[in-house]
Design a protein around this ligand. Structure first.
Ligand code: SF4
Length: 700
């Protein structure tokens, strides 16, 4: 029997990226505790993280490859995958195949999948479920800073005097960050403003809650820009020396949001509350604005992000301790996916397709025979292409689009119709039932690689269990398919450390500092150093000074070194409520659940607080629809319907309904929020509008 030991690893649930110590007793039982030395959490864990040890059972695990529902060996399954993909490419071209991947993949898995699709198959058709999570932040960062960069670090939450949380139920979705904010508040009185149509657990603790009308965030922040300019609270020196485009952004803001009264009316707020927020922001130098899915999941999410960043640029509150715009990501490795180029519109290592030099550089680095020359299909468009037969072969890795994609009925129909579907995953899901080939992937506790959290900090996920059955690492599965497609030389990896070194080398390849994403200082990590790798921020360039907080010098990775103000307009939501669909449906997370519950749904104590699907309604709306607390209701939108238990709560704004996004498995057919969500997307980011869908409700 093995000796008792403790392994340092990282929580696989959210973008906070907490350090975890997994203890394995001599009898094989596992315990989990927060890593007191990890700089993201200093020993804290939330309810989900602390229950990780209870999710390690084999119930529902995929243990062996399957072809058309029959267990088989790896060779037969992988031969078939390679043959079907190769044949589709030969007959219909490289754009007839696609990968839909996940923020659950480790950076090494992501890197290999991206390299195969973009460098060797020759298509941009690899997109990720992170498209549903933070694509608008990526697009907003690129417009403002020239590169997808979160400038700040978590320590800024502790050094801020004002934290503005907008579109973020931080208390439930990033609980350990919220604990850090509250600890700082009790120490030095940090003010907290929450901007959210719902009165969430986060709003319960704040100094000011702005329950604005859904989709009016751009107007609120344009009004703030106007107010700052009118009150003389802008940093004229910073604007002059380090930015461009202020005048255009400020005049458009003034035209649309000329006064507090006008903003209050447009946002459905009182002028007193708007004034209080603007005064707090104007007077507080150390302000961090945190934004998340309430901003991103919108048909105008990118403009919302830039409306926020505009206010930080106008006040010079960026790159300074306790100040900056701060996007927090939902998934454990959404950032790692962004770094390798796992979004369809990215190429690799923060290089995109807009510049031929990037394509040439990556092609030479990879020795890629068929490099993609343009971006591929983003998630919603990818499943549309599957539906109409343009995609002949699809590989879904580590995600459950049959539940999580908007307009999920159409996605399920597309998967059903698709010529060839491969799913590699840890457990059976609503998506695996559509697979021609099922491939068992290693799970958390078995996987070995790196993730990047929301403050650009790379951490290791380390294995402490052996994969059960025939399960194996995603990078190995993809590499073995690549070899069968004739690309073995470029995918002959033996360890994840080898892949990490190559990823680091690509980030530094012909990079004279024009791209801040640079891991050049990590190219030579030995296997031992990789095994012992301690959490650290990127950039990690060779022979250059390390920086945790970026933009402190006022230089940005744009051609002229200046950050860009982006003039933005307040636009209506994609659909507006009407007599047929009088409620605005919003979706989001529960405190104790993760994604489509494939892991957390198996833990009784995590299920206890919300054991069945529910829809939240304001008492007045419940009364108007002859519903009372606990009734079973039928909720429908233009895209489908669900059944859920009514929860009557004053926390819900009148005219709005809220449903958790998680329900799957036995509830997938009747309660998956994806069934009623809208596939309309932001034109810049391709992110769907999951926060505002007109709905109607009646007693079941
Ligand atoms: Fe895991 Fe996120 Fe909870 Fe930390 S806050 S323990 S990363 S789910």
């Amino acid at each position: 029997m093995d000796e008792a030991r403790e392994v340092r690893t990282t929580c696989p649930y959210c973008g906070v990226g907490c350090g975890v110590l997994a203890g394995i007793a001599a009898d094989g039982t596992t315990t989990v505790r927060g890593d007191p030395d990890h700089p993201a959490n200093f020993g804290r864990l939330c309810s989900k993280g602390s229950a990780l040890g209870e999710t390690l059972g084999l119930e529902g695990r995929l243990l062996y490859p399957e072809v058309l529902g029959k267990q088989t060996g790896w060779d037969e399954a992988l031969d078939l995958v390679a043959e079907k993909f190769s044949r589709a490419i030969a007959e219909h071209g490289p754009d007839s195949v696609a990968f839909y991947v996940s923020g659950q993949l480790l950076t090494e898995d992501y890197y290999v999948a991206n390299k195969l699709m973009k460098g060797f198959i020759g298509s941009g058709n690899i997109d990720t479920n992170s498209r549903l999570c933070m694509a608008s932040s990526v697009a907003g960062h690129r417009r403002a800073f020239g590169e997808d960069i979160v400038p700040g670090v978590y320590e800024d939450f502790e050094r801020a005097d004002l934290i503005v949380l907008t579109g973020s139920n931080t208390a439930w979705c990033h609980p350990v960050l919220y604990q850090r904010m509250l600890a700082a508040r009790s120490e030095h009185g940090t003010r907290i403003v929450v901007i959210d149509p719902r009165r969430t657990a986060t709003a319960d603790e704040c100094d000011l809650h702005l329950a604005l009308d859904p989709g009016t965030d751009v107007l609120l922040f344009k009004g703030l820009l106007t107010y700052l300019a009118q009150a003389g609270k802008i940093d004229a020196g910073f604007i002059r020396d380090h930015t461009s485009g202020f005048d255009a952004a400020a005049s458009l803001a003034e035209a649309d949001a000329p006064s507090v009264a006008r903003v209050a009316m447009g946002c459905g707020l009182t002028a007193t509350d708007v004034q209080a927020f603007y005064d707090l922001f104007a007077e507080t130098e150390c302000t961090v604005t945190v934004y998340s899915q309430g901003i991103n999941q919108s048909a105008h999410g990118t403009d919302k992000v830039n409306a926020i960043i505009n206010c930080h640029l106008a006040t010079g509150r960026i790159g300074k301790p306790g100040a900056g715009p701060f996007s927090v990501t939902g998934q454990p490795n959404a950032m790692g996916g962004r770094e390798v180029g796992g979004l369809a519109n990215q190429l690799a290592a923060h290089m995109d397709f807009a510049d031929e030099a990037n394509i040439d550089r990556v092609s030479r680095f990879w020795g890629a025979p068929n490099i993609a020359r343009r971006g591929g299909l983003k998630a919603v468009d990818m499943f549309q292409a599957v539906a109409d037969g343009r995609i002949k072969a699809l590989w879904v890795m580590g995600t459950n689009p049959a539940v999580s994609m908007p307009d999920a009925s159409r996605v399920r129909a597309a998967l059903f119709k698709c010529d060839f579907v491969v799913v590699s995953d840890v457990t059976r899901t609503d998506t695996t039932r559509h697979a021609d080939v099922l491939l068992p992937a290693a799970a958390w506790g078995e996987k070995d690689g790196t993730v990047t959290n929301s403050e650009r900090r790379l951490s290791r996920q380390r294995p402490f269990l052996s994969p059960p059955g025939d399960a194996k690492a995603d990078w190995r599965i993809v590499s073995e398919v690549a070899a069968r497609m004739g690309f073995g030389d470029a995918f002959a990896y033996q360890t994840p450390a080898e892949i990490f070194r190559e990823h680091a080398a690509l980030s530094a390849f012909e990079n004279d500092g024009e791209r801040l994403f640079d891991l050049g200082g990590l190219i030579d990590l030995s296997e031992t150093e990789y095994a012992a790798f301690a959490p650290r921020h990127w950039p990690a360039p060779e022979r250059r000074e390390q920086q945790a907080r970026l933009f402190a010098d006022g230089r940005f990775p744009t051609p002229d070194g200046r950050a860009r103000f982006v003039p933005v307009r307040q636009e209506a939501t994609a659909f507006t409520v009407d007599a047929d669909y009088p409620l605005a449906l919003n979706t989001g997370r529960l405190r104790d659940q993760w994604h489509t519950m494939t892991r957390t749904g198996s833990v009784p104590r995590l299920m206890a607080n919300a054991p069945e699907p529910a829809v939240d309604l304001h008492p007045a709306d419940a009364g108007a629809h002859h519903l009372k607390d606990g009734d079973l209701a039928h909720l429908s939108t233009r895209f489908g319907f669900v059944r859920a238990r009514v929860r009557v709560t004053e926390a819900q704004r009148r005219g709005q309904a809220f449903m958790p996004m998680h329900w799957s498995g036995q509830f997938a057919a009747k309660a998956a929020a994806g069934l009623v969500s809208s596939p309309v997307t932001d034109p810049h980011s391709g992110q769907p509008e999951l926060k505002h869908v007109p709905a109607r409700i009646m007693r079941e």
